[in-house]
Design a protein around this ligand. Structure first.
Ligand SMILES: [Mg+2]
Length: 352
C-alpha cells in the first residue's frame, strides 16, 4: 500500500476493488434469490424454463488493445459477446458472472471504466451481475464472463436442425465491425456517419437479444447461430451441425455502407463474409414457415433481415456469384496454422 489515495488496482487491493464494484450494483430483479456477497448466487429458473449458459473471455493483446479501445468499450464488449450467444440460442438473459484478472499497475480510473461499460449494458439488457472474481494478472488484462439465460425447453434454438432446402436469413448489415477495425489499424478518423457506425460496431457491438428471443418464441426457425467469426463461418457452422452443405448468394449479402469506404483495399463483400465480430444472427428457416418467420422478424424493422442463401443436401460450402459457384471463403479461426502473425487481436474467440 502507498500513502494517500490509491491510484492503481494494485494499491487498492482486492477487497477494496470488490467493495468498489459492489457499491455500483443495482438492486437485483426478482429472479435473483441470493445476490452477490454470498458464496454463490441463487437464481429462480422460472416455470417451464431451462437454463442456457455460455462463457467467453476477452484477453488483452488477443481480443483488444488498451491503447486503441476505451475501458468502457472493453467492458461493454465483454458482456455483449456473451449476450450474442444467448441471443443465438433464443434465450433471454437472467444473470452474468465476471472474473477479472488485472495487471497491478492498471489505473483505478480504467478499472472504473471497464465497469462503466459492463454495467451500463447489464442495466440496458436486464442482466444483473450476480458474482465473479478479481485476481492479479502477471500479464495481460483478462475479462472472463459467464452469462446465464432462460428459454422454454422446446423453443431453444440450436445450430443443428436445418434441412436441405432451408432458407438462410441474416440480421443487420455486415462487415461494419471489420471495417471499424481497419480504421483503427490505419489510425484514421471515421469520415461520415457510415464509417462512424463501423467504429462503433467494432467497439460496442450490440447483441441481437430481443430479435433472437422473439424468433425463438415464434418457433419459426429451425436453427440459428451468431456471427462472431463472419457470415461464411456461421453458414458453415449451421451446415456442419446438420451434416449439410450451404450456398450463399453473393448478390444478396447485406454489406454495411461503411464497410467498403472505410477500407478501399478490402472488398466490402469479403469483410462481410469473413470479417467477423458483427454479432448478427443467422437463421435456417423451412420454406413453409417463411411468412411466419418474416412476420416475427418484421417487428424489428430497424435491424432488418435478409435472405442470403440456403442449405444443401450434399456437403460443401459455396458462394454463388452470377450463377457461378466458387468455394466460400474461410472465416477467422484462433490457433489456425498459417494465421497472419502480428495482428492477433483482430477477431473474437470462437465458441467451443
Ligand atoms: Mg456464438
Amino acid at each position: 500500500m502507498t500513502d494517500g489515495p490509491a491510484s492503481t488496482v494494485g494499491d487498492a487491493g482486492e477487497r477494496a476493488l470488490i467493495a468498489r464494484l459492489s457499491a455500483r450494483l443495482a438492486p437485483p430483479p426478482p429472479w435473483v434469490l441470493v445476490d452477490v456477497g454470498d458464496d454463490a448466487a441463487v437464481l429462480d429458473p422460472g416455470r417451464g424454463q431451462v437454463g442456457v449458459v455460455t462463457t467467453d473471455a476477452l484477453v488483452e493483446g488477443v481480443h483488444f488493445r488498451r491503447d486503441w479501445t476505451a475501458p468502457d468499450a472493453i467492458g461493454h464488449k465483454a458482456l455483449a459477446v456473451n449476450l450474442s450467444d444467448l441471443a443465438a440460442m433464443g434465450a433471454a438473459p437472467r444473470a452474468a458472472l465476471l472474473s477479472l484478472a488485472l495487471p497491478a499497475d492498471l489505473p483505478l480510473g480504467e478499472f472504473d471504466g471497464l465497469l462503466d461499460g459492463f454495467l451500463a449494458l447489464a442495466r440496458e439488457t436486464g442482466t444483473p451481475l450476480v458474482g465473479g472474481n478479481i485476481a492479479r494478472s502477471p500479464g495481460p488484462l483478462v475479462l472472463d464472463v459467464t452469462a446465464l439465460g432462460a428459454a422454454t425447453r422446446r423453443r431453444v434454438l440450436r445450430r443443428a436442425g436445418g434441412r436441405p432446402g432451408d432458407e438462410l436469413y441474416v440480421t443487420g448489415r455486415l462487415g461494419a465491425a471489420a471495417a471499424g477495425l481497419r480504421l483503427r489499424e490505419a489510425g484514421r478518423a471515421p469520415a461520415g456517419e457510415a464509417e462512424r457506425e463501423c467504429l462503433d460496431r467494432y467497439e460496442r457491438p450490440m447483441a441481437r437479444l430481443r430479435f433472437g428471443v422473439a424468433i425463438g418464441r415464434s418457433g419459426t426457425a429451425a436453427a440459428a447461430v451468431d456471427l462472431s467469426d463472419g457470415l461464411a463461418d456461421a453458414a458453415r457452422q449451421l451446415a456442419a451441425a446438420g451434416s449439410l452443405g450451404v450456398a450463399l448468394d453473393a448478390g444478396r449479402v447485406p454489406i454495411h455502407p461503411g464497410a467498403a469506404s472505410a477500407s478501399p483495399a478490402d472488398d466490402g463483400l469479403q469483410l462481410a463474409l469473413a470479417g467477423g465480430e458483427d454479432y448478427e444472427l443467422l437463421f435456417a428457416v423451412r420454406a413453409r414457415r417463411r411468412s411466419r418467420f418474416l412476420a416475427a422478424a418484421r417487428r424489428f424493422q430497424t435491424i432488418g433481415i435478409t435472405r442470403v442463401g440456403r442449405l444443401l443436401s450434399e456437403t460443401g460450402a459455396w458462394l454463388e456469384r452470377d450463377g457461378v459457384r466458387e468455394p466460400l471463403p474461410e472465416g477467422f479461426s484462433h490457433f489456425e496454422a498459417g494465421r497472419p502473425a502480428g495482428r492477433p487481436w483482430t477477431r473474437n474467440a470462437s465458441d467451443i
